[in-house]
Write a protein that binds this ligand. Structure first.
Ligand code: MLT
Length: 271
């Protein structure tokens, strides 16, 4: 069962939107930039028999209200922790994040290690922004502030998926574009600042002591596969699954392959 809810106020006063599939081991799914929890619809369909999926919209994304920029990874992680508290989830959960969601997941683990049973890091990286990337975040924020989010969405869209996905699944391109366009300008500007200022998680990778699944599209144009390999090599016992025929959104481009990898990996929590 999936319900769409607008939640009551948490400690920060944030009204946070989320879906909760209410079944078995709790798993928290954190979307990327500038997306929202619709990103995980095919995971809710394919995994809900095995796991409880909680899929928040981060501040300013989807149905969650924006807050004054800048946002931070710490703030995003705290929002997620408060949502779990609100749902009365006391035991550790599997935390999954795609791209920016992976940055949040790594921050969540640093802040709340005892609340994490396992990590799924999809299409993401551990490193911080280079100086050049930080300047590009500021330029994107200035554009979004002056002209709205459309130019940023248009610039990102052709790079989000594997080149063949656009021709083979034209509806998916439209779906992703519509999802991105639901982001508020404040949400986009806030998230750009959060990504610009995020900590380098690389020195923390060998401190991760929970099972970890690294998933990456073979043709990711935004984050190279080498970043996934680096995480897998640095996190003790981590598994890497490379998804063929997928770019930066492997869970949408190749949902069967993505879900199968997650289902197999989740089995360890039932042994
Ligand atoms: C994302 O997909 O969340 C972003 O492209 C990640 C980033 O820009 O670093």
């Amino acid at each position: 069962m999936v319900e769409r809810k607008k939640d009551a106020e948490g400690q920060t006063g944030l009204v946070m939107s989320y879906e909760d599939s209410c079944n078995r081991i709790p798993t928290l799914w954190i979307h990327g930039f500038p997306l929202n929890n619709l990103l995980w619809d095919l995971q809710v369909d394919g995994l809900a028999h095995m796991a409880r999926l909680i899929t928040p919209d981060l501040r300013g994304h989807g149905l969650t209200e924006p807050s004054e920029p800048p946002c931070s990874m710490k703030g995003f992680a705290d929002d997620c922790a408060q949502l779990l508290d609100h749902l009365g989830i006391e035991g550790p959960v599997v935390v999954a994040g795609l791209s920016m969601g992976g940055y949040v997941a790594l921050e969540f683990y640093r802040r709340y290690p005892e609340s994490v049973a396992g990590l799924i890091l999809a299409a993401t990286r551990a490193g911080a922004d280079s100086e050049e990337a930080r300047l590009a975040r500021d330029a994107a924020a200035a554009t979004a502030t002056a002209e709205g989010i459309a130019p940023i969405v248009e610039g990102m869209l052709p790079k989000l998926m594997a080149p063949n996905t656009y021709g083979e699944q034209p509806d998916l391109g439209e779906f992703v574009e519509e999802m991105m366009m639901q982001t508020s300008t404040e949400g986009m500007v806030g998230a750009l600042a959060a990504m610009r200022d995020r900590a380098d998680s690389t020195p923390h990778l060998d401190k991760i002591k929970v099972p970890c699944l690294v998933l990456h599209g073979e043709e990711d144009q935004l984050i190279p596969l080498s970043e996934a390999r680096l995480m897998q090599e640095s996190i003790e016992g981590a598994e890497l699954v490379v998804v063929p025929g997928a770019g930066h959104l492997p869970n949408l481009e190749q949902p069967e392959l993505f879900n199968e990898a997650v289902l197999v990996w989740l089995e360890q929590f039932y042994e």
